[in-house]
Design a protein around this ligand. Structure first.
Ligand SMILES: [Zn+2]
Length: 340
């Protein structure tokens, strides 16, 4: 957990090809259920919840055992989606990364804000149900966890036990700020320190059971539906918000420093405060940044995502560095995605 000794070994194949369903049969439903190897219309168990895309995954990533070096390019910063889901059949021959995203390594440098850690394009807005790849306008590090009863096959546990099980699953996937289980709503929030780990964990933990082999329900875990993992609206608590802002500023400054270093090696000794000033200056002069800020305002009005507190923060006199970094990285790498 959290160790980096994966660097000393080759990534293992997580499963054999023969473990995969033997080819996808003709489509007779809306959802392909990998466990049953059949299509379904969402007739699974659930208490009025739409389970049309839900099943229990037969695979799970074991970070301590599965992580290792692959045949990826030295500058590759894209993680293997199948690895995250515990079912990459290629192992060390894979062209993508097979380890848990680590901050303070080279992972972050030059990473595009418009793509997620699996190289998938993000969108300007969240989906209405907060599922999917997510928005490049929000550096979200908090996941909403639902489907908890179904992931336990309705076995009843104390709140602290549920929280511990969530901890057991989510903690090995990145540094956690906090995990909170809300008993009255029967849902949980997992806040990672870094959004990249949230992106990764969202894929790794979707459709996972909360049962463990000691449970008598373990053998019928496939009869339930796994965890529902979505993007959370951010914690409106002012202290949490301030922490987040500081953390992002620090992250943005570091990113900016690394970019400056890359383009202009003489500037490599820029101080932290200097870096911050430059970012803020940019916000007043860079047309691209202003455009982005405008768009961000518009999007806030249009989507009305119920996070007004956040909007006021972003529209304040001191612009959040986040959209500026987006502007910077998208203008330098892939400006065409900007209008998505
Ligand atoms: Zn792979």
């Amino acid at each position: 957990m959290g160790s980096s000794n994966w660097r000393n070994r080759k990534a293992r194949r997580q499963i054999r090809e023969s473990d995969l369903p033997s080819g996808v049969p003709p489509q007779t439903g809306t959802t392909f259920n990998i466990w049953y190897n059949k299509w379904s219309h969402g007739t699974g168990p659930g208490n009025g919840v739409n389970n049309s895309h839900r099943y229990v995954s037969p695979f799970r990533l074991d970070p301590a055992r599965d992580s290792g070096v692959t045949d990826s390019d030295p500058d590759c910063n894209t993680y293997c989606l199948y690895f995250a889901r515990g079912c990459c059949v290629i192992g060390s021959k894979c062209k993508y990364l097979h380890h848990i995203p680590e901050i303070n390594s080279d992972d972050r440098i030059g990473r595009s804000r418009v793509k997620d850690c699996f190289g998938r394009l993000k969108y300007s807005h969240y989906r209405d149900d907060m599922s999917g790849v997510g928005s490049f306008r929000n550096d979200n590090s908090t996941l909403y966890i639902g489907g908890i009863s179904n992931a336990l096959n309705d076995m009843s546990l104390k709140p602290i036990q549920i929280e511990n099980r969530l901890k057991y699953l989510f903690e090995p996937l990145g540094a956690i700020n906090k995990i909170r289980y809300l008993e009255d709503k029967n849902c949980a929030f997992v806040e990672y320190k870094w959004s990249i780990n949230a992106e990764f964990a969202k894929e790794a933990m979707s459709n996972q059971t909360l049962l463990i082999p000691n449970d008598k329900e373990w053998n019928r875990r496939m009869d339930g539906t796994g965890l529902l993992v979505k993007w959370a609206h951010e914690d409106p608590d002012p202290i949490a918000k301030r922490q987040r802002t500081l953390q992002r500023q620090e992250e943005s400054i570091n990113l900016m420093k690394s970019i400056l270093k890359e383009y202009n090696p003489q500037n490599s000794n820029i101080s932290t405060t200097k870096g911050k000033e430059e970012i803020e200056d940019n916000s007043n002069s860079g047309t691209h940044s202003i455009q982005l800020t405008k768009k961000r305002k518009l999007s806030k009005e249009n989507t009305h995502d119920g996070n007004e507190n956040d909007a006021s923060n972003n529209n304040g006199t001191t612009a959040s560095p986040l959209p500026l970094i987006s502007g910077y990285s998208s203008s330098s790498s892939s400006s065409s995605n900007d209008d998505e």
